[in-house]
Design a protein. Structure first.
Ligand code: MG
Length: 386
């Protein structure tokens, strides 16, 4: 089945979640360095059975959306409605011109949808109009009435998750017919429309982020979901040349010499770029930005480093730490160290506490000792999806 579109609903206001960074709805809050919404979008985009991912957003969230999804080749965001049901219907209407065979409707607040679960839903749609992941209830259930706690029988009770999958024409028709049903999920509308629903096993890790506790648990799951830890190493040298300043780790330093190179000759950022590329086996800086290409002449090296960071993130990775050692007799690095850490953190979009800049001399020995040039080494650690 190739003609399947994933429709992620991200238009909610998340009023039950704890207030996060001021004015940021929960689906755009970071989870292990990536916005919650992006986790789900990348999971569907990665699945071979999903041809396209479209996202329904709140009209106020366009700026959050652009930042959260940068670099992902998704179609234009779809404007949602006042309720979840309205938002899904508007999403389906936006897909109607393309008329995919199937649609997988997913809540943005469930970032840990697995490849296996997406596959189970797609497989179930081969023989059914609708499919949803469900799980039994393990806890004892009680209903409170005026201080009395009466047990509710668990028999037959099922927790329902997303993604919920449908033959596209069938669910669009159900949404058009039952516009005011007040449904909290789409299987409810499938039921009203008399569609046959198939149940597939849900997953405990596919939790819906609602409360502050959920976010704490999600951070732990996110760390486990990225257990493929990679370390990359980089090394670079540039020779001194006439000049009155040089660039090191993204900071301009006045000096009685400059550094020669095709770009701005920032050996620190070049070494770190190679270290990041090394974590994902993506070659070296020269392969991505050939010195033979005139467009990189005099280029600021933050462009190279940001590119490497983007490649890591496109693999679903999180940058754990970056450590640069500058090797030179002069200029003195100490006075610029904190500015360098801050600049690297900014380029990589990680916390400053995850960036280290160190310096050493070679005791007057070798080319660095003779002040012929500056060398830099860097190590970077990333976590990739396991
Ligand atoms: Mg270089």
């Amino acid at each position: 089945m190739s003609d399947t579109v994933a429709l992620i609903v991200a238009a909610g206001r998340g009023s039950r979640a704890a207030p996060g960074p001021a004015g940021v709805p929960k689906q755009y809050r970071p989870l292990a360095g990536r916005p919650v919404l992006r986790w789900g979008a990348e999971a569907f985009a990665r699945h071979p059975a999903v041809a396209k991912v479209r996202i329904v957003i709140h009209g106020d969230d366009r700026a959050h959306y652009e930042v959260a999804m940068s670099g992902l080749a998704l179609g234009e965001a779809i404007a949602g409605g006042a309720t979840r049901q309205d938002s899904v219907r508007l999403g389906l209407e936006a897909l109607a011109a393309d008329r995919p065979a199937c649609v997988l409707i997913h809540d943005a607040a469930r970032p840990f949808v697995s490849q296996a679960l997406i596959g189970r839903i797609c497989d179930a749609l081969d023989g059914a109009d609708a499919a949803a992941p469900m799980l039994p209830v393990a806890d004892t259930l009680r209903r409170e009435t005026s201080g009395q706690y009466d047990i509710v029988a668990r028999d037959g009770l099922l927790r329902t998750q997303t993604p919920q999958g449908f033959r596209f024409d069938a669910i669009l028709d159900a949404h058009r017919r039952f516009k005011n049903a007040g449904a909290t999920d789409d299987i409810a509308l499938a039921g009203l429309a008399g569609l046959g629903v198939v149940r597939v096993p849900g997953e405990e890790a596919n939790l819906k982020l609602t409360t502050p506790d959920d976010f704490a648990l999600a951070e732990r799951i996110a760390a486990g979901a990225q257990s493929d830890v990679r370390t990359g190493f980089g090394f670079d040298v540039h020779r001194f040349a006439p000049g009155d300043h040089l660039w090191l780790c993204g900071v301009k330093i006045p000096h009685d010499a400059g550094l020669a190179g095709h770009s701005d000759a920032d050996a620190g950022l070049h070494a770190l770029t190679d270290a990041l590329l090394g974590t994902i086996g993506a070659g070296d800086i020269g392969a991505h930005f050939p010195p033979s290409d005139a467009q990189w002449k005099g280029a600021p090296s933050h462009v190279f480093l940001a590119h490497a960071a983007r490649l890591v993130r496109e693999r679903g990775g999180t940058i754990g730490h970056a450590d640069v050692t500058l090797i030179c007799e002069r200029p003195r690095i100490g006075p610029h160290r904190e500015a360098m850490r801050a600049r690297i953190a900014e380029i990589l979009d990680i916390e400053r506490g995850r960036v280290s800049v160190k310096a050493t001399t070679t005791e007057g020995l070798g080319f660095t000792g003779r002040a012929e040039g500056i060398a830099a080494q860097a190590v970077a650690t990333v976590r990739l999806p396991s």
